[in-house]
Structures are given as C-alpha cells and as structure tokens.
Design a binder for this molecule. Structure first.
Ligand code: NAP
Length: 309
C-alpha cells in the first residue's frame, strides 16, 4: 500500500510525546507536514495554520488533530471539506452535537473520521473486556487521580469552558468503562468541585448505575500529589477485576495477569490506516456523553482557587 501522506495539526505535549514517534515507526504513513503556530519540525513542510497546509499540499491524504478540543470542530470541518481523512485526539470535540455533525460531514464527503480513545488500547483493556463478558457485575469503583501541575503544566485551556477540567483525564477512565462493562450505564448523581477562579471542575464524584441498579462510582481528582492513581475495580460473581495504571496492568483477585506491551498510539494509527483502507469511520461519543451528563446533572461546589505555579 502507498503510505498515507499525513499532516499533524497542533504540535504540543501529546503530539511530541506520542503522535510523532508513532508515525515515525509506522510504514503506512509518511508525515509530510505540520501546522503549528509555535513549533518547527525538520523533515516535513512547516505551516502556521491548517488552512495554509491544505492550500499548499493538495496531495495530503489525512490530518491528525492534536490541539485542545475547543478548536477541533473548526479544524476537522475544514479538513473534511478539503477531502482529507481526519483523526481526532480525545475528547473528539467540545460538545456532542459538533462531533455528531462531523460524523455526518465525513459520511457526506466519503472520508474517514476516527474519534480516538487512546486508553481503550491500553494492554489490559481487551483482556478485561473478555473476562467480564458474561459475568454478573456487582459494583464498579473508578479512581482517577493525578497532579494537574505535573501532567498539564501551563495548560490554561483545561480550566476554560470546553476544556473539561478533571474530565480531560477522567474521560479516559470513562472510555475504558464504556468498553469493558457488559451493560450500558448512566449517571444518577454528580458533584463537581470548581475552583473559584476557574470555569471547569478540578475534582468530581460521579454515581452511575446500569439497568440492574449496579452501583458504578467514579472519583476524579486533579489535586493528587505523590503516587498517581488511575484504577478501575470491578466486583463480579467470579471475583474482583482491577485495571491499574490507566489500563496497562490487569489483576484478578489481586493476582497480576499477563498482558501485551503498551502500544496505545501505535494501535490508534494502525486502526486509522485500516479504517481509511476500508472506507469506514469510527465515532463513538459514549464517553463524551457521560461527561456532558455530569455537566447537566452535577451539583457544583466552589473550592479554593487554583494557581498553576
Ligand atoms: P497542549 O500541549 O496544551 O496543546 C497542544 C497544541 O495545540 C498546542 O501546543 C498548540 O499547538 C495547539 N493549540 C493550543 N491552543 C490552541 C488554539 N486555541 N488554537 C489552535 N491551536 C491550539 O495540550 P496537549 O496536552 O498536547 O493536549 C492536546 C489534546 O491531546 C487534548 O485534547 C488532550 O486531552 C489530548 N491528550 C493529551 C495527553 C497529555 O498527556 N497531555 C494525553 C492524551 C491526550 P501549536 O503551538 O503547534 O499551534
């Protein structure tokens, strides 16, 4: 297969940490361009905007959008209108409606739209889903607690409207839960702690249940210092399953289970190439829907101001 000519848009933390190395290692792609207001990359054409990139490089097949979610819709729309296949970082947009609109646009343009959920490709996730299939779930506890100053230094956008605050990492837990639990679930109650000088929550406690009233609780916190916690515990009729370290480690009744190695972003690009070859899209808004529900139903508590220094 001829490699897909791809451009990266928004060269920040995630593009540098994950997208550039994953593309470099995958012969199905040729990284031909970046669009960035600040970064420069040798070996590819450098543009200051997506618009300039699309205009100068009609041979481009695809773009991968790595900026924060509030600019995703406008960029994706522009790229689809120019006939490009589009890969979206998570969260796929700032609202459900805009993501659904993009899915319609991709279909009309006969281009691939891939709304990625990188955590679903963590090595423990597929074996966890397989182990849970057919079991009776008695309860689920999600603990997703990290230090915002360590993982999102200087990212003011994260506490702005559309930045989603602690749901920026928390949506990763929800992307795993919606992939591994055998039944759909929905929000019953939520409390959102919002710093008095910010717009988005720094912590949240969520209480969901499925049709069988199974309790599913999530505790999200951006204020965790010291050891970080990205754990999901599922109690079942056959014991307790724990996904730890963001889905990369799997335990059954405390016993470590063998899993493959960490390959989240390589797996995303492999899937994108397959979707393009098959002429298909993959847009699952389930994790974003739970976040939207939390903003609809959540009780808001003002907490101490947050200063990022
Ligand atoms: P970031 O470093 O703050 O921003 C990414 C880049 O987006 C910026 O460097 C900038 O690129 C561009 N950008 C920022 N604001 C923009 C605006 N208003 N208009 C146009 N471009 C803008 O953030 P990040 O951590 O990479 O996160 C980006 C996305 O990746 C988020 O949706 C996040 O949830 C997701 N993600 C992040 C991580 C992580 O560990 N940080 C992990 C997985 C997924 P230029 O300077 O090149 O223009």
């Amino acid at each position: 297969m001829t490699p897909l000519k791809i451009g990266i848009v928004g060269v920040g933390k995630i593009a540098r940490d994950q997208h550039l190395p994953a593309l470099e290692a995958n012969p199905d792609y040729q990284l031909v361009a970046i669009a960035s207001r600040n970064a420069a990359l040798s070996g590819a054409a450098n543009f200051l905007s997506l618009e300039a990139m699309l205009e100068a490089m009609p041979e481009l097949d695809a773009v991968s959008l790595c900026a924060p979610p509030t600019v995703r819709y406008a960029q994706a729309r522009q790229a689809l209108a120019a006939g490009k296949h589009v890969m979206l970082e998570k969260p796929p947009g700032a609202t459900l409606s805009e993501v659904e609109d993009l899915a319609r646009q991709a279909q009309a343009a006969e281009r691939t739209l891939f709304a990625t959920w990188h955590s679903r490709h963590a090595p423990g996730v597929a074996p966890a889903r397989d182990w849970l299939a057919g079991r009776t779930i008695r309860g689920v506890t999600i603990e997703w607690k990290e230090d915002v100053r360590v993982w999102h230094p200087g990212q003011a956008w994260i506490f702005e409207p559309g930045g989603m605050g602690v749901f920026d990492p928390g949506i990763n837990a929800l992307s795993i839960a919606t992939a591994i639990l055998p039944q759909a679930f929905h929000l019953r109650e939520a409390t959102l702690q919002v710093p008095q000088n910010r717009q988005a929550p720094i912590a949240a406690q969520l209480s969901f249940s499925d049709a069988a009233e199974t309790p599913i609780r999530a505790d999200l916190d951006f204020r965790q210092t010291g050891p970080q916690t990205w754990d999901i515990h599922v109690d079942t009729d056959a014991g307790r399953l724990t996904l730890s370290k963001g889905g990369s480690a799997l335990y059954i009744d405390g016993e470590h289970q063998p899993t493959g190695e960490e390959q989240e972003y390589p797996a995303l690009y492999a899937r994108f190439a397959k979707l393009v070859a098959a002429g298909e899209s993959d847009v699952d808004v389930a994790p974003l829907r739970h976040v939207a529900d939390a903003f609809l139903l959540g009780r808001r508590e003002l907490v101490e101001a947050f200063h990022d220094e």
